[in-house]
Every structure is written in C-alpha cells, then in structure tokens.
Design a protein around this ligand. Structure first.
Ligand code: UFG
Length: 324
C-alpha cells in the first residue's frame, strides 16, 4: 500500500511516517519544508513541493498511484492566525482543497486528516466528546472546522472516505530518540520549558495564573506523539476495512495544569525552572480534556507513552541531543 503523507517532514507527520513504515506501508512524503525539517526524513522518499500548486500536486498523483493520503501539512499557530487570517485561510483551506480536488480527479478515496481540539472552541462540558458542539474561536480552529465540513461534503458528493483525528496537545518525542519536535519559532509549553533549561531561550513565561482552575494555570490533555502516530495507522487500517468516514478525539482524558507540567519537568530533569507570570495568551481556554473512549473502543487504540513523565523524559532526551 502506498501512502502520500503531506507535511511528513513535520513533528507529528515524521513520527507517523516511522509508524507507517514499521507496518510496511510505502510512504511518499510531500512537504514544502516551510516548517518541516529535512533531518526528520533522512533516508525517506521526500518530494519537495507545495500544495498551493495544483498542477504540481496532480503530477505527483499521476506519477505515483496512492492508496490513501494522510494530510499533516498545515500552519498551526493560533496567535499568528489572529494576526494573519488570510495566510491561514490560504495555506490551510485552499491547500487542502487542492489536495482533495486532486484525490477526486485521480480516484484516490481514503483520507486521514489532522484536525484539532480547536474545532470545539470554549468547552461547554469536559471531558469533550466528539459530539460536543463545534464552535472554533480562532482562525486556526476555523480552518480545521471548514476542512472537516469540506470532507463531509466530499464524502456525500464524491464518496471520499475520511477519518478526522482531533488532536489534543501533542507532546514528547520518539522513544528511540530518532525524532522530536523542532518548531521555529517554538510556542508549545513543554519544549519551551526544556529549551529554556538548555539555555536556548532567554526566559520561560507562564501565560496566565488567573484561570478558573485549582492552581490558576491552564489545563491541557497531553498526548505522546508516538501514541498519536499509532492512532493514525489504526485509523487508516479501519478506514480501508469499513470504508466509513469517522471522527475521533485523540487525547488521554487526563488534564495537567501548566504548573504541574513545570513540577514534572523539574523532577525529570533535576533542574529548577524559573518563570515569570504573564497575562493570558489570546484565545487560550482554561481547560481542554478529551473524552477518548471512541478511539480506544473503535480503533482498539491503547496509548502507551502518554503519562506526563514519559512525555517529558522523551522530549528531554531529544532536546538535549540537539544541543550537544
Ligand atoms: N504556555 C505557557 N508558556 C509557554 C507556552 C505555553 O504558559 O511558553 C501555556 C499556554 O498558555 C497553554 C498551555 O501552556 O495554557 C499549553 O500551550 P501550548 O502552546 O503547548 O498548547 P495549546 O493548548 O495552546 O495548543 C494546542 C496545540 C496547537 C493548537 C491548539 C489548538 O499545540 O497546535 O492546541 O487549540 F493550535
């Protein structure tokens, strides 16, 4: 089976490529390397190209006959999406449309989509199940929401079958130490703390300690990137078998506050984390926790690495290696 992986040189994409290859899928990566990194796809088949060029995408599809597409290529910064919504609508929505159009034209019918908890907006209840109302509150989340809508319509009209995976907070690094997070700029909590401890960031700031949570800092559901990657492979297998479009949350139904993460980092690294408290970041919600029963039950998915200690330990191993 030959799978096209857009954004396969990115953080979650590269970990998923590794899991796909372990399961003997042939993987072709399509990435413009705007945020993806060559060092994460060493020795793999990489096509450097841009989804915005419809003809280029068509050419790739005609050259290789794909059995399915996994679509990771996306801009992911909520803050930037407020400042530059045009860029987000173009890069996320239009590029996805080019990809989906080509799939329809070339008769490729199976699609795995990187969606986000951001489609839910401010939670009306927690843990958040897949039937929670969708009400994204920032342009980034809107792009994921619109693409999910496109998928529903493409299924109805053209029979394109998809699985949309709504990620909570992806974190950690490949337990073998081969892959990890390399965002530039880095905005995520765990790498930010670790990069600060390694002297690669001048300071570490906590965005808000006045949330309605027990310690005042925001609570998130952290999921190890390898568990996330494995869920993609399970979703693909299920999709091939059932030919039925579905949506799954990917989190582990466990919330950790920013201060809890800081304490666990101190334990794992043996270093004290100095921080300053800053105002809340625009668009940050107090609590995001997934109800993940559906993925466990329907995909037979069993997260193995998503306890906070393993997440931080694997991320620490990776980041330490980058500075040596
Ligand atoms: N945080 C800090 N300091 C930092 C970085 C983050 O205090 O230096 C806080 C944030 O304010 C938030 C929590 O740590 O409360 C987690 O922040 P992340 O940036 O790691 O993750 P988010 O929950 O903001 O973002 C996640 C994904 C994004 C996605 C977003 C959509 O990582 O890619 O959910 O909801 F866009």
């Amino acid at each position: 089976m030959r799978i096209l992986v857009t954004g396969g040189a990115g953080y979650i994409g590269s970990h998923t490529v590794k899991e796909l290859e372990k399961q003997n899928y042939e993987v072709i990566i399509f990435d413009n390397l705007s945020t993806g990194r060559k060092e994460l796809v060493k020795g793999k088949k990489l096509i450097i190209g841009d989804l915005k060029n419809l003809d280029e995408v068509r050419e790739v599809f005609r050259k290789y006959k794909f059995d399915a597409v996994m679509h990771f290529a996306s801009l992911i910064q909520v803050g930037e999406s407020y400042k530059n919504p045009l860029k987000y609508y173009r890069e996320n929505i239009l590029n996805s449309l080019n990809l989906l159009q080509t799939m329809v034209e070339e008769g490729v019918n199976y699609f795995i989509f990187s969606s986000s908890a951001a489609v839910y907006g401010i939670p009306k209840f927690t843990p958040i199940s897949e039937d929670h109302p969708l009400n994204p509150v920032n342009p980034y989340g809107e792009t994921k929401f619109f693409i999910e809508k496109m998928l529903q319509n493409f299924d109805r009209a053209y029979g394109l079958k998809y699985v949309s995976l709504r990620y909570f907070n992806a974190a950690g690094a490949d337990p073998d130490g081969e892959l990890g997070e390399l965002h530039e700029p880095e905005t995520h909590l765990i790498p930010n703390i670790l990069l600060f401890l390694l002297g690669k960031k001048e300071r570490f700031e906590i965005y808000g300690n006045d949330f309605p949570t027990p310690d005042g800092t925001a609570i998130r559901d952290y999921i190890h990137v390898t568990d996330l990657a494995r869920a993609h492979v399970l979703a693909l297998k299920k999709l091939f078998k059932t030919k039925k479009s579905e949506v799954f949350n990917l989190g582990v139904k466990k919330g950790h506050s920013v201060l809890e993460v800081v304490k666990e980092v101190e334990k794992v690294t043996g270093k004290k984390v100095e921080y300053t408290i800053k105002p809340r970041r625009e668009g940050d919600v107090p609590i995001l926790i997934a109800s993940e029963e559906r993925a466990r039950k329907e995909l037979n998915w069993k997260p193995q690495y998503s306890d906070l200690k393993t997440i931080i330990q694997t991320a620490w191993n990776w980041h330490r290696k980058q500075v040596i």
